[in-house]
Write a protein that binds this ligand. Sequence first.
Ligand code: HEC
Length: 144
Amino acid sequence: MIRASITGIVLLFSYLTVQAGAMSTPRLNYILHCQGCHLADGAGTPEKVPALKQEVGRFLEVEGGREFLIQVPGTSQSALTDSEVADVLNWILDNFSREQLPVDFIPYTTEEITHFRRPLANVNAVRNKLVAQISKTETDTVLK
Ligand code: HEC
């Protein structure tokens, strides 16, 4: 009886370990560290948390946008290591905003995160400037 229970527990643990292993680390880190605000599908909450879904890749169209995604507080001040930040950003871009990614997009590397990772003092000002540049770039492209 006791032996059967122990076997059951061992089997349960093996099952859970396999399940956790099947979930990629960046996805797991997104769930643990980002999803609370950005939501499971990256939709965010209007007026509070911007949507990553179908949006975040646009920042890569403009100068300074690439660094912004590293320096925004949610990323730069997270408990993740630089290598985990690189992986989670690449995962976010690939999963939520593939269609907005520039064709020549090069994934983030750990070295790049280490180089640029520091919190922004004036997030809103930097973000507003970038968003304005993005709208301009996209309008120019449409008009061309
Ligand atoms: C406490 C809520 C919160 C958490 C947790 C959070 N974010 Fe954010 N995130 C925001 C808000 C709010 C913004 C808009 C800029 C700002 O005000 O910081 C944002 C902006 C961003 C942006 C830029 C997109 C844009 O439109 O501004 C990225 C990229 C991002 N977050 C990634 C992450 C990642 C990666 C994590 C997890 C490691 C994370 N965030 C965790 C709230 C959060």
